[in-house]
Ligand binder design. Sequence first.
Ligand code: HGY
Ligand code: MN
Ligand code: MN
Length: 416
Amino acid sequence: MPKPQQNLTINAKRLWDSLMETAEFGKTAKGGIKRLTLSDEDKRVRDWFRSACESLGCAVTVDSCGNMFAVRPGKRADLLPVAMGSHLDTQPTGGKFDGVLGVLSGLEAMRTLHETGYETNAPVMIVNWTNEEGSRFAPAMLASGVYSGVFTEEFAWSREDRDGKAFGAELERIGYKGSIPVGTQKFQAMFELHIEQGPILEAEGKMIGVVTGVQGMRWYEVTVRGQESHTGATPMGLRKNALLGAARMIEAIHQVGMRHLPGVASVGLIENRPNSRNVVPGEVFFTVDLRHPDEAVLDQMVKEYQGALPKIASELNLELEEKQIWKSPAVNFAPDLIACVKLGAEKSGYSYRVMASGAGHDACYVARVAPTTMLFSPCLGGLSHNEAESVKPEECAASAQVLLNAVLEYDRRLIA
Ligand code: HGY
Ligand code: MN
Ligand code: MN
């Protein structure tokens, strides 16, 4: 039985092999992953994850939104588990590490505890949160949002993808609509390891990001309506061109972001109808993603964005429909968990940088119901949500080691 102060070392090769093995589920020709929430590929990685955890003797439970919880007992059954969580779903042109590095690093930490027979004080848990990405079913962080009381189960089950398939029906179809209500599985703290998805750590030559919080995020859906007409026979001055209106709105939204740096303003999804080369577009649907670390500035960005669109619509004789579909306020993480991450990096001698997260994560919502923090690994060129997303094996190993160190530090403090 190792002495508690002994350094437990994760197995870098085993972690890398698991990352590459699971990257097969939804592998794309360009070397990325397309593993949309509740797709067949998501089922395959879930089944893989469940059996990997059960082979360590972990009890695996699934709640009514498909969140998966793997628990390894500790010495003190009266203590709630210490969790390591993230997500296994990806963007349509996702990379091999977004989300999955956090879940599989949790698995590697669990494997290390198991093979050394190390007994923690509290139980240790790994969580796979359903639909972090919000790509197939909006909004993002849907199931961790249900867990933290932001959304109801019914709201989540009702969400539909662009083909009209419902979240609840897809959960059932892949066999991951668990019997226990969301929130049944409790934990006392959560550490989320994630790739930075930005360029700072690489630019500064730092190995670990010690994350203090996440910026505020708001999502909107816009529909612009004009009139379909013949591109040859309709004079320019008599058109109601929905796509022209959308184009000017998208530029206006970009300018809102440029006026409020380091805020960001993006349009990522657009549907042009009827999308025929010789028809003046009659209707365009697009999404808006606004983010800023300061909620007051984010309010101002919303005001400017919502002020610009009606003006453009009336100039072009178009109708406009716009609504907010998601709001995730700026989040500050738990100082004592942040301290454990810092110590975890120092214990293994890794350089680190304290920073906030530009991307959203399940930790944003989980922080509402349990002390939570995050740590980042670098990623090549800061690229993510891209099939070229890349993290070096030694960077994966370093962040997984720091995750384990941080969890053990937190666990040690429980009875100090
Ligand atoms: O949108 C986000 O920030 C996250 O990657 N789902
Ligand atoms: Mn992610
Ligand atoms: Mn993502």
